[in-house]
Design a protein around this ligand. Structure first.
Ligand code: H53
Length: 839
């Protein structure tokens, strides 16, 4: 129809000698060139903002050149390629990362200086694009950095939301949300591909033709338009793509007759519908409209990406050798990041059968040997279930295909595992047990259709095998794997803490740790060295001062850089237990007030910082944000204690804030109820930056503690296997709360922190257990052991030399948590792809 793909271009662009920043033109001249010829600003000004855009465009020239070379190289070699499909990417700012990866930081700093600017100010002009919510989106971005750095033929696909994650403001009411328009001016990093457009259909009906073939027709017909964001690897030419899709209506669909007849809104009806699709990341799904929109987003992402993948497969195979569908899964692997892109499964089936004419069996063999699924959660509310009615209406052909997959799965179980037949009600894809609300279980569709399913930390993968997917595991024991998450050492150490990086390079006598993070173990032998300890402490102090200045700027609160910097930053969620943190802060506050002046002298001063966004409709999480802010108000203005304790809510937490906070942290909190946090990845970033961890045995904490040594980790709390037992005991009325826990709750009830109604928050800790009530997250249970662990923290901090040693050992033990290691394991054990470096 109206699809145009790159394959159809018959003429090639002749190569040009491009003025790269390395050659005679020089970086400064290149920036100036862009300032003069910018299509976006008047040439008369060269303020920091214009300087940023000109600088970014100059860097982009290099990226485009490398992107083109990488694309051409992959095209020639035709290696097996992986496509990572994700609804979220949390890229963070790109300028400093790009010039860092290109090895051009010094060159750009010098050039900007010549032009009257300093790099740091210019870097701060960039908006932080937040096309993701939290851990899952940031993981996807770390993965892209590693794929490029490891020269892997791998790409990301995502959506081009106009408004990413909201901007958080803290007012007297608590959290308020504002739209964040990362495209307000324009993004210098994205390259629109007007030649890469695919048709996207919604609604309509399925026709059965005389030969039995099925055809999906009618409904709403839109288009997906591609934008590429080049992703440079570190110290390599390879530059891969994050291709994001935007929905639009076919240009010819603007109804000129309606418009001229004065029906202006009707004329643009389809345009408006298209704009809505990519308007916001995660549209509120409390309403039916919201749910439908989210499903449309998911389908747009999957359909456009798969049409693109198929086009590229054909394009690469058709030059001198005709393509064979049987070879598809030898050339293509698709990774679904959580269940959000599950529609990739029925969409690939549909394209192969209805568009390419393959039979069911062949299409199924191809699909099920191409797609793999990563699970990131065991929380029931996060395992997606779509209404069958909504799915059948929006995507009638896909619903048919899903039902057929389910039917064949039932037949398979009957044939090879009749003993599992009575489990089918929980294993099947279609769940019609509630006749009022029949649903499609996306996770089951993923498990049944994927060749590999993985969890994201050892503990989490074990829970998948033993609990959530136990029966599937007994059916297909080799299907399940673990791939412990990782983070990119470039953004999360090398660039965000240049001070610490310089010290590490000096002591290891190499900077190869940036791409071979295991080398950090080499620091262990120097952990007792006084000289290293002095340098280490100085770097940490510099990072603390930098962050203190930032905090002063955004909150007006003055922070003592000599106090212990204690940080918890992550999405606000009951299971992550920011409430446990703040309750213990209240306890600390009370106890400090009870100390004599002499006793106060011995206390360890602390600055407790919490940051994170609460989902707009998650009332309980918003109450937690409010409580933290209210406690801060009281504590920070209490002259008796404010030299020993400050409580700060870090507003609008995002990637950029994390890059400042993590290097400054001395203690970080990863205190979820055991068994509930699939992995966590900020714990890895903190440990890498020499921050000690106070945490439960949950997610990746377990492995971090193993790597850095249990003496360097402040452990507390119930174990995952005991959690169900403890909940049961609580239900039987056997739980006896610690008096200190009661004391703190009473203190809040007394109105000490203002007249806001904390009733619902406190009530969630009382009564009979159940999700969101009866202390389901075991805050009261873990409170005493948490306080004890906190006392050990104070004790340890008094011995600074020892604390610094532990900090060095944390960094030294973090090598395993590089996303390079994770991605290499995906490449070898799931995707079966190999490096394809551009010569
Ligand atoms: O994914 C992270 C994990 C983290 C987990 C998170 C996550 C989301 O951010 C969103 C949805 C979802 O199902 C899971 O909560 O534990 O570290 C990356 O794997």
């Amino acid at each position: 129809e109206n699809s145009v793909s790159i394959s159809e271009s018959s003429r090639e662009i002749p190569p040009i000698a491009h003025p790269t920043p390395e050659d005679a033109f020089g970086v400064a001249a290149n920036i100036q060139y862009h300032a003069h010829y910018s299509p976006h600003f008047s040439p008369s000004k060269f303020e920091p903002e214009q300087a940023f855009f000109s600088t970014a465009e100059s860097v982009r020239d290099t990226l485009i050149q490398r992107w083109n070379e990488t694309y051409a190289h992959f095209h020639k070699v035709d290696p097996k390629q992986t496509y990572y499909i994700s609804m979220e990417y949390l890229q963070g700012r790109a300028l400093s990362n790009a010039i860092g990866n290109l090895g051009l930081t010094d060159a750009y700093a010098a050039a900007l200086y010549k032009l009257g600017h300093d790099l740091e100010t210019i870097v701060e002009q960039e908006k932080d694009p937040a096309l993701g919510n939290g851990g899952l989106g940031r993981l996807a971005s770390c993965f892209l950095d590693s794929m490029a750095t490891l020269n892997l033929p791998a790409w990301g696909y995502g959506l081009r939301y106009k408004y990413g994650l909201f901007k958080q403001k803290i007012t007297a009411k608590g959290q308020e949300e504002y739209a964040e328009d990362w495209l307000e001016k324009f993004s210098p990093w994205e390259i629109v591909r007007h030649d890469v457009v695919y048709p996207i259909r919604f609604f309509g009906e399925v026709l059965v033709e005389s030969d039995g073939k099925r055809k999906w027709v009618g409904g709403e017909q839109l288009q997906a338009l591609a934008y590429d964001i080049p992703i440079p690897g570190y110290k390599t030419k390879n530059t891969i793509s994050l291709r994001i899709w935007e929905a639009r209506s076919p240009p010819q669909d603007f109804d000129l007759y309606a418009f001229n007849a004065g029906k202006h809104i009707n004329a643009a009806d389809l345009q408006f519908k298209a704009q809505q699709i990519c308007a916001v990341l995660y549209p509120g799904d409390e309403t039916e409209e919201g749910k439908l929109l989210r499903l449309k987003q998911q389908y747009l992402l999957c359909s456009a990406s798969l049409q693109d993948i198929l086009a590229r497969f054909k394009e690469r195979r058709s030059k001198d050798k005709p393509f064979l569908w049987a070879e598809f899964s030898k050339k293509v692997s698709v990774q679904m990041n959580d269940t959000h892109p599950t529609l990739a499964i029925p969409e690939l089936m549909r394209l192969l059968m209805d568009e390419e004419g393959l039979g069911w069996d062949e299409a199924w063999t191809i699909t099920s040997s191409t797609v793999a699924y990563t699970n990131h959660t065991v929380l029931p509310e996060a395992l997606e279930k779509w209404s069958q009615a909504v799915m059948a209406k929006l995507l009638p052909r896909h619903f048919e295909i899903i039902a057929e997959i389910d039917k064949q799965f039932h037949a398979l179980v009957g044939k090879i595992r009749p003993d599992l037949e009575d489990k089918l009600s929980s294993l099947s894809i279609l769940d019609s047990s509630n006749p009022d609300k029949p649903v499609v279980r996306m996770a089951n569709l993923c498990v049944i259709s994927s060749h590999t399913v993985n969890g994201v930390a050892e503990l989490h993968s074990d829970i998948l095998k033993k609990e959530l997917f136990a029966d599937f595991n007994s059916l297909w024991p080799t299907k399940f794997q673990n791939k412990t998450n990782g983070v990119t050492p470039r953004r999360w150490l090398r660039f965000c803490s240049p001070e610490l990086s310089t010290i590490i390079t000096k002591w290891l006598r190499t900077d190869e740790w940036v791409t071979n993070l295991d080398l950090l173990t080499g620091l262990r032998q120097f952990a007792d060295d006084k000289q290293l300890q002095t340098e280490w402490a100085a770097a940490k102090t510099a990072n603390k001062q930098r962050f203190a200045k930032y905090l002063q700027d955004v909150t007006g609160i003055e922070v003592d850089s000599n106090s212990l910097f204690d940080i918890q930053i992550k999405r606000i969620h009951e299971y992550k237990r920011q409430l446990l943190n703040i309750l213990s802060v209240i306890y600390r506050y009370k106890k400090i007030k009870e100390l004599s002046k002499g006793e106060q002298m011995k206390a360890v001063p602390r600055t407790v910082m919490l940051g994170g966004k609460a989902f707009a409709t998650y009332a309980q999480a918003k109450r937690i944000v409010k409580l933290v802010n209210d406690v801060g108000q009281v504590v920070n203005n209490d002259r008796d204690v404010s030299h020993l304790l400050k409580v700060i809510f870090i507003p609008n937490y995002n990637v950029t804030v994390a890059e400042l906070a993590i290097p400054a942290s001395e203690l970080s909190q990863h205190i979820s109820t055991a068994g509930m946090e699939a992995s966590g990845t900020s714990n890895m970033k903190f440990a890498l930056n020499g921050s000690l961890i106070i945490g439960t045995l949950d997610g990746a904490n377990v492995e971090i503690r193993e790597e850095i040594g249990k003496n360097n980790f402040f452990l507390f709390g119930a174990r995952a296997e005991d959690v169900p037992i403890l909940r049961k005991q609580r239900e039987e009325g056997k739980f006896v709360p610690d008096p200190r826990f009661e004391e703190v709750k009473d203190f809040i009830r007394s109105g000490k922190f203002g007249d806001y109604d904390y009733g619902p928050l406190l009530e969630s800790l009382e009564g009979n257990t159940g999700y969101g009530r009866g202390d389901y997250f075991l805050v009261g249970q873990d409170f005493p052991s948490y306080l004890e662990a906190q006392s050990k923290v104070d004790e340890a901090y008094r011995n600074q030399a020892h604390w610094i040693k532990m900090s060095i050992l944390s960094t030294a033990g973090s090598g395993k948590f590089s996303s390079d290691r994770t991605i290499l394991q995906y490449a070898q054990e799931i995707w079966k792809i190999q490096a394809c470096p551009v010569p």
